[in-house]
Design a protein. Structure first.
Lengths: 338, 338
DNA sequence: CAAAAATTGATTGACGTACCTCAAGATGTC
DNA sequence: GACATCTTGAGGTACGTCAATCAATTTTTG
């Protein structure tokens, strides 16, 4: 039993090859009953389109654009590495990647970068976007222009993007809290949350999730109000030191970046609080091994990139997409499994 | 700049298409200097073989056989589900999967199943194998017969298989210990390890890793000798109850299967020990949610299946393989992130 | 019923590689 | 120089789909 081809379909449907082709590729101009005959024939023969042949014949190329913040280090560095790795693998699959670095936290630059894109220059856009209205307006324009727009890492309101690829940040916060409660145990002192910015949706969601589980399962712990470190080491350090002056800390949840400031601040404290952070960067890995971090919650950037590409492909080909295919699982790392 | 083809290579090398083909597909009968010219031309043109076209032309089919224990439930159930899921996706990639169920723990049946395979009936074999000599002999025969043999889930001595796909079980044990120590905290009581069989390499490695970290980082905890539950609920239950009679338990590390017996045994204990288990089966998921399990270490069966297939493909095509491409990362689940 | 419109068939040429054959040229051996 | 052996060229067919054309047929419309 060999694989059936369009010829087999045509023969069993008693129509010509051309008609089968018209049905398969929705070229229109086919009578209802013929469509039906073809579909039935596909059913009985068990025909599946041979993707290798189809792609070869089409010679189609997908041009996808990734807009990511330009920071070389930290999480975005990992993401850029993942993109470069994918680039090689994707040559075989007729996908061309363009990675555009935009200054982090620069709304105007982000909007400008998006504005320069159109359906003529790209077949899909994945962007680590902020909630700024000018950025979202550009995303909406692209989307209505027929260019699929995927929100990466941080979600946006449903109306502004075609899909989201990234972790469920509420779950991430909840998970952090579960481990925090367990690790802190009977220790005394406050629990400090340092977010990057509470205007960033991903950080806010993490804080929310963290708060929920803390209230549900560890009400005896003293959860301090969340502070904003703006992902900069100096601010994070200052905030940590300030909190330590207020009283002893049992735990710290570093929701965003700027981790080196945190580690600096804790260097001299003789009874280090339980510290949980996000994203397994090189420095996070080192901090885990040296004991400066207790646990890291990672969103696999490589998996995110892959999911984004696969989703953009489905969207450009108008294939139905699985609503939660963009959700990437969280990985949890401690010293022993980095 | 379009993608260069073999024609371009032939033209820049000033040889015929046939010669390029001979070089590319190692058909032999080409003078040294011609080979050199072709390789140089490949270099300067930046030629990469178009896999879609190549596969289409070859019409090659990969027939891979998976030998897995026949238990419908638990981890092997997950693996069989993953295999079925892959089967559909693989139709597009000219890969045909054959899944053979062999009675668990039945050495003779396993050896017989392997014996029935040859290079004529399959292009690669992935097997969840035991260390029994008759099984390993069959694996060695297949391998020397030119059929790649991949050890799945549990590793084997290097000489007996072509690759290993599965978790690093020593790391798994170490990770379990790290969380166990943290979760137990100041609690008093023994730490019980229940393995399936200490003759199973994967279980033994986990126990080893667990012991190491316990000794290094939590020497104050009372680690009891590992017992063997043979993956059967009744035995596991009996062992747990016996341990409880000996004295209070602070933690239990369920290295293997038979978890339902464990949960049975603990149902009435009023101060439940910290319980860590392996593999996120349906029942493990439920137990996490209900609080009967504290943590689950999962080896993503779907990822394992994919890795195994990709490796077998590389092996059959004689491509060089990355020695640690078969190592699948561990996933850690608690109630909050299942 | 005739004209217009819709539908269908037949055919052809890509896409890039694999694989095969046959003849011709180059090189080496005695 | 005759012969065998090695190496190369030229050319064709196949893989399964896509895309397009043009003519032939059927159906619809007034």
């Amino acid at each position: 039993m060999v694989r059936p081809t369009i010829h087999d379909v045509a023969r069993t449907a008693r129509v010509s090859l051309a008609t089968v082709d018209r049905v398969l590729n929705k070229r229109g101009g086919v009578a209802e009953k013929s469509v039906k005959k073809v579909l039935e024939a596909i059913e009985v023969t068990g025909y599946v389109r041979d993707l290798t042949a189809a792609n070869l014949s089409r010679g189609r190329e997908y041009r996808f654009t990734f807009l990511v913040p330009d920071s070389q280090t930290g999480f975005m560095g990992l993401m850029r590495t993942a993109l470069e790795t994918q680039r090689a693998a994707l040559r075989d699959h007729r996908v061309k990647l363009r990675v555009v670095a935009v200054p982090a936290f620069d709304v105007a630059a982000q909007a400008a970068a998006l504005a320069s894109l159109s359906h003529r220059s790209t077949d899909g856009v994945a962007v680590v976007a902020t909630e700024a209205p000018e950025v979202q307006a550009e995303m909406a324009r692209l989307s209505s222009d027929g260019v699929p727009v995927v929100a990466l890492v941080a979600d946006l309101p449903r109306a502004k993007r075609d899909a989201y690829v990234g972790p469920d940040n509420v779950v991430a916060g909840r998970t952090a809290a579960a481990f925090m409660g367990r690790f802190v145990g009977a220790r005394r002192g406050g629990i400090l949350m340092i977010a990057g910015s509470l205007a960033a949706r991903d950080h806010m969601e993490r804080v929310m999730g963290f708060r929920m589980v803390m209230a549900e399962r560890f009400p005896q712990l003293n959860l301090l109000p969340a502070v904003q470190g703006f992902d900069t080491p100096e601010t994070v350090k200052a905030l940590t030191l300030a909190a330590l002056r207020e009283g002893p800390l049992a735990g710290i949840y570093a929701v965003g970046a700027g981790r080196s400031g945190l580690i600096d601040a804790l260097r001299d404290s003789f009874d280090r609080p339980v510290t949980i952070a996000h994203d397994l960067t090189t420095s996070a890995r080192a901090a885990l091994l040296s004991g400066e971090l207790d646990l890291v919650i990672d969103q696999n950037p490589a998996a995110e990139v892959q999911a984004a590409i696969s989703l953009m492909r489905d969207l450009t080909d108008q294939r139905p997409i699985n609503p939660n295919s963009g959700s990437v699982p969280l990985s949890i790392f401690v010293r022993e499994n980095v």
